[in-house]
Design a protein around this ligand. Sequence first.
Ligand SMILES: [Zn+2]
Length: 324
Amino acid sequence: MKLYPWQHNDWQQLQNYVTQQRVPQALLINGALGIGKQHLAEQFAHALLCERPKSDGVSCDECGSCLLVKAQTHPDFMDVQPEEVGKNITIAQIRALMEKLTLKPQFERYRVILIHPADALNNAAANAFLKFLEEPTERTVLILVTHRLNKLPATIKSRCQKFTVVMPDKSLVLPWLLQQTNNAEIVLNLAQGAPLLAQKYATDEHTQQRLDCFAAWLSVAKQQSHPVIVAEQWLKLPEATLLFWLSSWVIDLMRYRYQTAPKNLYHADLNVALSELAPRLNPIKLIEFYDLLLLSRRRLETPINKQVLWEEILIAWAMLNRSG
Ligand SMILES: [Zn+2]
């Protein structure tokens, strides 16, 4: 599949750059996590390199250029990403890239550099990189991809053409997701509409993790498990996901104040347990607990002891349940 069913409008806009011969020197593709920005950027890169794009502009998969792309040996295609997931793109990587850019492109078409996630450029790497943005090289297109636009230095942002991918319409996503899971509505809700995130949430492993965490959280509420022990078990989980689950459980609990229907919950499948818990909790203290979760989200971006963080959250949660 070349494009996801919800990407045709975005693709059309990118194609307009090509047909109008106005492909930006530096394109900054941004938008929420899990909506396929990276895939879109790759398809656009391949199309720019392809010698005989199809009528809708996608790459042909058959020409010499496409075969080189497939073999990951195209001399005019550079894919820059952190050497390890979650790490920065280093200044050494950017220097190596700049060196290559002093040479002319080897083929007649575009040369394409894909950088993702662009927010992984540390300051030094970003500065080294500015030189390229200030003195662009011929037929070279830079594509940056990020879901954290605010993490990018303003100097970089201001020199790129911004291309924002919006959250796709549910009607375009659901038929696609229903082919993969019976829980399409639930996981799409949980993913706040982001299709690829929903797809990930639909896996058995992810579902089981979420249910296990919820069970542990309930058992802390009922004073059946010790916060410190649960905190230790949670250390091996992806922290951003875990924090999102916690926040969305609390939001669901708040929604019961307004007699919400289960289908409006993030966790419709946990409706029974949540609805039993909700009336026992003091609404003001619940909001204070939510504030603690928001604060924790910011603290996760600093070098913090995660055991201590989860302990704090779980102890506050246990006390909230005790006070009623
Ligand atoms: Zn081709």
